[in-house]
Design a protein around this ligand. Sequence first.
Ligand code: HEC
Ligand code: HEC
Length: 171
Amino acid sequence: MRSLLKVLTAIVVIVATSVTASAAAAGNPERGAVLADTCLGCHGIPGYRNAYPSYRVPKLGGQHQDYLVLALLGYKSAVRSHPTMQAQSASLSDADMRDLATYFASQGVARQGLGKTNGKIARGKEKTAVCAACHGEAGVSPTPNWPTLAGQHEDYPQQSIAQYQNGGRTR
Ligand code: HEC
Ligand code: HEC
């Protein structure tokens, strides 16, 4: 456990150092809104699901702009595997990604702590101690390169974590 924490801390330091260098410039949200038209067919429909395996399409509203750009770059370069998103990002330029990310980041605020309490939430919260350094105490990441998890559909992180475990997602 202690050595895992050391490794995680080392990663935090490395990534945090690179953040300042790569912080994305603000894009044009109006242009982003126009480009987002094709994205909203999936990301704008409440409860819209990926067909197989079945999980809800992630919410993008309120996510960090920098993380959204990194995710799109990941799909475009096929570092992140998802055929639909690879196709969606294939023709996007860096400016397109920046504008789209600026638009989506401005749509809504990540919801933290819904005020709900039950056994399942309490057990989950206990397990997040090890995640907080990167994803934030209440799931809102303090670092723009790292995803905010608060307010995300429950089954999307579940799907991502399963993929990290089985090697289907390497970043
Ligand atoms: C046909 C449905 C569909 C369309 C259209 C679509 N997406 Fe997606 N998007 C998905 C699915 C499903 C995922 C989850 C993929 C995965 O598991 O990696 C996703 C994931 C993402 C992610 C990663 C989110 C995260 O939290 O990691 C971003 C960013 C994203 N999409 C942006 C866009 C943008 C921008 C567009 C428009 C140019 C778009 N998507 C169009 C279905 C779609
Ligand atoms: C050392 C920092 C660090 C720690 C600790 C950490 N994460 Fe992450 N996590 C990341 C980064 C960076 C990414 C984004 C990877 C990428 O660019 O695709 C990520 C991605 C994720 C995603 C995918 C989000 C999305 O929108 O696609 C989930 C879910 C996640 N982490 C859950 C967790 C959980 C649960 C824990 C604790 C058990 C945890 N993480 C601990 C850094 C961390």
